[in-house]
Structures are given as structure tokens and as C-alpha cells.
Design a protein around this ligand. Structure first.
Ligand code: GLU
Length: 502
């Protein structure tokens, strides 16, 4: 089956970002937010923020507010969303589950979807067989062949079921593939042999991303889906869904994935990806917006703002000059050195008083100082000793020397391996004392590291020193994003040093 997207020139432009509240807000969300905002502003359109929170297993309650706060911090605003309302709400998918169920019923009725009664165990058995036969994991359509009587019997017996998309069978000539247009890449075709019968409604009644995303994009009258490249492989399923409903297909723009310096997909293993990290580490929102605007092109290569620095521009200048069709699809590198350079440029342009205020508010903010002071009151005898024990809270670089981080009875290799485990445990932990302490102790017991060794190593990494205010309290004040970054940088530095000795 082939299709081209219907030209949608008449409809007023509406775009959206659809972040999932699964943790710290990601730089990729800011990148998509920026591009969607520019696209809407250039075309007198509307920019919608929708929260895609149907995956309850990955849901993090604090995440939604962090997404709003960090995007606002960057100066990004949206016209409609859960926090600002709008005519197409609710804008939180968990409040729209009834809508998805009704829409799944439409597909069941017109035969483009079917009930699947296979149990998780049965599906697992199929998956294992396919794996053994070196076949790609795929639902083999067992329940697609159920007769109406069998379906009725299963339903009467109260058997739980999912609802799956009936992808037109491959091999039959007219329906063997789906083609859609990507505005940056041109026509893209997926053979149906490579498209699974996607689950649309899970057995708990919640929709999957695919169904909810398409239903909402349609009901919210989205004209242009501007999202990351990683969703290209989902798009044939979406196109099939639009067709199953008989809906107009939006334009798709898949933006290049941000990459680590080694060209792998940007990941927290190699780069800080949390917007909270950048905010708390002293980056200016203007610099981050500018930096994101450089990713993937779109601005004229030699563009310079009023102060004449090439590649330095504001959000307004982007709205005025950005050309979407000039975006390059080759993966742009999220190069921290470049971001730092830009940030320095912005810092230097601040009026002296504004620079002072930025330092005052961002490095020595009242709440931050208050929390640190609370840790110090019982520990010092003159006020100026405050700085001696707390400098790590205000420094960027605290790499401890080996005699501080290496426990007496341990080798560097086992110590660094243990530090890596600490990092994994802390990445997964909720950032509260009640969670951090048992999580670290459990790891120590498993790996036979004493509590003292365990905490001394972590203290060295976080504070750069063998003495500090209480460690876990300090880490809570210092924050998760910066603590984890400090650990990653420590491990990275040790790796580099070890390699240079080889
Ligand atoms: N919820 C998806 C995400 O977290 C949205 C992808 C899309 O824009 O379609 O990125």
C-alpha cells in the first residue's frame, strides 16, 4: 500500500511536543520544544505541549513539573498544555483513556484491529522460538485468525485481552508496504514484513504510545509532527492507523538525533542529558537555546547576531532566520566544549551587575546556601571556616587524588568497578536519605565492601576530600544531576589516566 501525505496547506499550523514524564527533563525535549516553537512562531501557528503518561511502569510523579519548569527556564512557552489549558484538552493522556478505548472500538468494528487473547507466557514461548530460529521477534497473528465464536467464548470466559493493529498482510501485492513522506528525507517505505501487529490497547485498558499519539495528534488537529528521528520506525504504524480511521495524515519532520562526541546516540553514560544539570551547573538559558539551535543546521552557516560573533544568535533571530528544509539529517554532535564556549560568550556580554547577580543567584542562591548552612552550624567555630568544608558545593572540578579515593586494602581496578556500581545504584535511586542509604548499604553487602569503605569512596568522589559534612545530606543538597555527573567525570578521568599509562 502506498500513500503520500495529503497537503495540508489550508489548515492553521499546529505543532506539539509530547514528552513522557519518566525522569529528569532531557535536552532532547528542549531541542524538540525549540524547533516546534520556532516552526509555530514562523507560521502564526499554535504550539501544544501534551504529556504522554500512559506508560505507568516508567511514570515519575515529579517529572511533569520538572519538564514545565526547565522548559520555562529556557524561555520556551506553549500556547496549549496541561498547565495553561486550551480548547483541545485534556492535554494529559492519562485523563483521556476513555477516548482511546472508544477509538479502539472503531477499529475493532471496521476490522483494522483485533482482540488478542495470548497470555504473556504464550507470547514469551513464541519469542523464544523466533529467537532460536534467528527470526525477528514478531507477533505471528494467532488471534487474528480466531472465529467470531471463539472470540465470544473467550470474552464470555473473561479472558484478558489486548487490542492489536491488523497490519495488512505482506506478500499480498497491494498491501505489502507503507510509504510516507518525511519532509527532510523524502519518501520512506517500510515493508509490512517488518511491521509488527502493534498492541494498541494493553490488557490493563491503557493505550500504547502509538494509538494515543495518533488519536491525540488527530483530535488536537496537529498539522506537522516534528519529532526525533528515533520515531521513524514507528511512523508506518502511525500511517496505518491514520488510514484505518480514515484520517488525514500530518506532515512528518524527523529531526536528527543528538549524538555523543563518539557519534553514538546521546546518553547519560557519556554526556549530561538532564536540563536540571545544565541549570544547576551554571549554564545560561540563552546559551543552551543558541547551542541547540546550532544542532543540525537550519540557521545560515555564517549567521552572526548584533555583536558579530558567528554562530551566536537569540531565539528571536532563529524565528526570523531558521529554515527547516535546511536541517541536515546527519547526527549533530552535542559537544560540551562548544556549549561551554558559547556560555562564556554570553557571560562576558552580561552587564557587570547582571553578571554579579547571576553568580549571586545561581552559585550562591539563597535556598542553596540555607541548606548548606544547615549542615554547617554544628561543625564550625568561626564563620569563615564555612568555606573550608563547603568549597565542593561551589566548585566545578573536584577530582580527588588517589590517596584520597583509593581504600588501603583495595586495588584501583576493584575500586573503580565498585564506583561504577555505586553510580548505577544512585542513577536508579530516588534522591532522598531514606532511599539512598539502604540502596548503598545493600550494594556494599553484596560486593563485600564495608560501610566505611563504601562511603569514603563516595565522599572522595563527591567532595574531593576525606572529610566533609554528612555525605548523603550533602548529596541531597548538591542534587542528583550534579552528583551523578561528578561520579561520571571521576570515572572518565580515571579511565583516561589509566589509558595514558598503558
Ligand atoms: N512520548 C514520545 C516521547 O517521549 C513522543 C514522541 C512523538 O513526538 O511522537 O518522545
Amino acid at each position: 500500500m502506498t500513500s503520500t501525505n495529503t497537503e495540508n496547506t489550508e489548515a492553521p499550523i499546529r505543532v506539539r511536543i509530547a514528552p513522557s514524564p519518566t525522569g529528569d527533563p532531557h535536552v532532547g525535549t528542549a531541542y524538540m520544544g525549540l524547533l516546534n516553537l520556532i516552526y509555530a512562531r514562523q507560521r502564526n501557528g499554535k504550539f501544544v505541549l501534551r504529556i504522554e503518561d500512559t506508560d505507568r511502569t516508567r511514570f515519575v510523579p515529579t517529572s511533569e513539573q520538572m519538564i514545565f519548569d526547565s522548559l520555562h527556564w529556557l524561555g520556551l512557552t506553549w500556547d496549549e498544555g496541561p498547565d495553561v489549558g486550551g480548547p483541545f484538552g485534556p492535554y494529559r493522556q492519562s485523563e483521556r483513556t476513555e477516548i482511546y478505548r472508544q477509538h479502539a472500538d472503531i477499529l475493532l468494528a471496521n476490522g483494522t484491529a483485533y482482540r488478542c487473547f495470548c497470555t504473556p507466557d504464550e507470547l514469551e514461548a513464541v519469542r523464544k522460538q523466533q529467537l532460536a530460529a534467528k527470526l525477528p521477534p514478531r507477533y505471528p497473528g494467532i488471534c487474528r485468525r480466531l472465529t467470531p465464536d471463539q472470540i465470544a467464548t473467550n470474552e464470555a470466559a473473561g479472558k484478558p485481552y489486548t487490542i492489536r493493529l491488523a497490519v495488512p498482510p505482506h506478500g499480498s501485492d497491494l498491501t505489502s508496504s507503507t510509504t510516507f513522506r518525511d519532509e527532510l528525507r523524502g519518501s520512506i517505505t517500510f515493508e509490512h514484513g517488518n511491521v509488527d501487529d502493534q498492541v494498541l490497547i494493553k490488557s490493563d485498558g491503557f493505550p500504547t504510545y502509538h494509538l494515543a499519539n495518533v488519536v491525540d495528534d488527530h483530535l488536537m488537529q496537529i498539522t506537522d509532527v516534528i519529532r526525533a528521528e528515533e520515531w521513524i520506525s514507528s511512523t508506518p504504524k502511525h500511517v496505518l492507523l491514520y488510514k484505518a480511521f480514515g484520517w488525514q495524515i500530518p506532515r512528518f519532520w524527523h529531526m536528527p538525533l543528538l549524538r555523543n562526541i563518539d557519534k553514538s546516540k546521546i546518553s547519560k553514560r557519556k554526556n549530561p542529558v538532564s536540563l536540571i544539570y545544565y541549570r544547576d551547573s551554571g549554564y545560561l538559558p540563552e546559551a543552551i537555546i543558541n547551542f541547540l539551535g546550532l544542532m543540525g543546521g537550519g540557521m545560515p552557516a555564517d549567521f552572526a547576531g548584533p555583536d558579530g560573533v558567528i554562530e551566536k544568535f537569540t531565539l528571536d533571530e532563529m524565528v526570523a532566520n531558521f529554515v527547516f528544509t535546511d536541517i541536515r539529517v546527519g547526527g549533530p554532535v552535542f559537544d560540551l566544549a562548544k556549549l561551554k564556549w558559547l556560555n562564556g560568550e554570553y557571560l562576558r556580554k552580561l552587564a557587570p551587575e547582571d553578571f554579579f547577580l547571576a553568580v549571586r543567584n545561581r552559585v550562591f542562591g539563597d535556598d542553596y546556601l540555607r541548606n548548606i548552612a544547615a549542615l554547617m552550624q554544628t561543625r564550625i567555630e568561626t564563620l569563615t571556616q564555612f568555606g573550608d568544608l563547603t568549597s565542593f558545593f561551589f566548585s566545578d572540578n573536584v577530582l580527588p587524588p588517589a590517596d584520597v579515593w583509593l581504600p588501603k586494602k583495595r586495588t584501583p581496578e576493584e575500586t573503580l568497578a565498585f564506583a561504577q556500581e555505586q553510580l548505577a545504584v544512585l542513577e536508579a535511586a530516588d534522591w532522598t536519605h531514606e532511599n539512598l542509604e539502604p540502596a548503598l548499604k545493600k550494594l556494599g553487602e553484596e560486593k563485600q565492601w564495608s560501610v566505611k569503605e563504601n562511603f569514603m569512596l563516595l565522599r572522595a568522589i563527591i567532595t574531593g576530600s576525606a572529610t566533609s559534612p554528612p555525605l548523603l545530606e550533602s548529596m541531597i543538597v548538591f542534587g542528583k544531576a550534579r552528583s551523578l555527573d561528578r561520579m561520571r567525570r571521576f570515572l572518565e578521568a580515571q579511565k583516561k589516566q589509566a589509558n595514558s599509562k598503558k
